[in-house]
Design a binder for this molecule. Structure first.
Ligand code: GRF
Length: 202
């Protein structure tokens, strides 16, 4: 699921082509924005793309609309939020517990939660003066960015960084590596959750 440029989606597409995704296959790309470049990346890779608009819908209504498509056509084993900027209803999150993963551009629990997305995350990290930041892949639960952590990777914050520079470094060094890795682990059946903690089998 995507909302924007889709560079994380591209990392998944490339990984599937080059190394396989642990046997997984990207069966559909769903966007809540019609103009998302990510949909073009999907088309270029021969992956069915869907636009599921959410204008005027609250999170419950949007989640139900999305679930209709998932149930009737896509039937996914895993839902990957690759830069998807909408929150799901509690009902949806619970229904797909352990089957939705998200990538967040900070080291959770820093700089996350409601309203923390895109450049705001990096602005907050710079305002705090942290010397490292990074990215986190986690399972999605009902609370924003609160689900069990799967993988994290850090990147250096350099003196004088702009939010854009930090965002780019974290994408290149962390996000584009972590998301394919986490999806691969899931598809290989190596992830389990126990008491809110993710175990990774060797
Ligand atoms: C990434 O920074 C991701 O962590 C965040 O949204 C951005 C998506 O970028 N959730 P892209 O669409 O994958 O290029």
């Amino acid at each position: 699921m995507v909302s924007g440029g889709g560079t994380n989606l591209q990392a998944l597409i490339d990984c599937q082509k080059e190394k396989g995704l642990g046997g997984g296959e990207i069966v559909a790309v769903i966007s809540n924005r019609k103009a998302a470049y990510a949909l073009e990346r999907a088309a270029n890779a021969g992956i069915p793309g869907y636009y599921v608009g959410g204008k005027g819908l609250d999170n419950d209504e949007y989640s139900r609309k999305l679930d209709e498509l998932l149930e009737s056509e896509v039937k996914p084993d895993l839902i990957v939020l690759a830069g998807f900027l909408r929150i799901f209803s509690e009902e949806f999150s619970n229904k797909y517990a352990g089957k939705i993963i998200n990538i967040h551009p900070s080291l959770i629990p820093s700089f996350c939660g409601d309203g923390m997305y895109g450049l705001r995350v990096h602005e907050a990290a710079l305002a705090k003066g942290v010397k490292v930041s990074g990215a986190t892949v986690h399972f999605v639960s009902a609370g924003t960015d609160e689900g069990p952590i799967i993988l994290q990777k850090s990147a250096e914050v350099k003196a004088g960084d702009t939010p854009e520079e930090l965002q780019k470094r974290i994408m290149v060094e962390c996000e584009w590596k972590l998301l394919p890795q986490a999806v691969t682990l899931f598809c290989e059946g190596r992830l389990s959750i126990e008491n809110g903690i993710v175990n990774i089998k060797d």
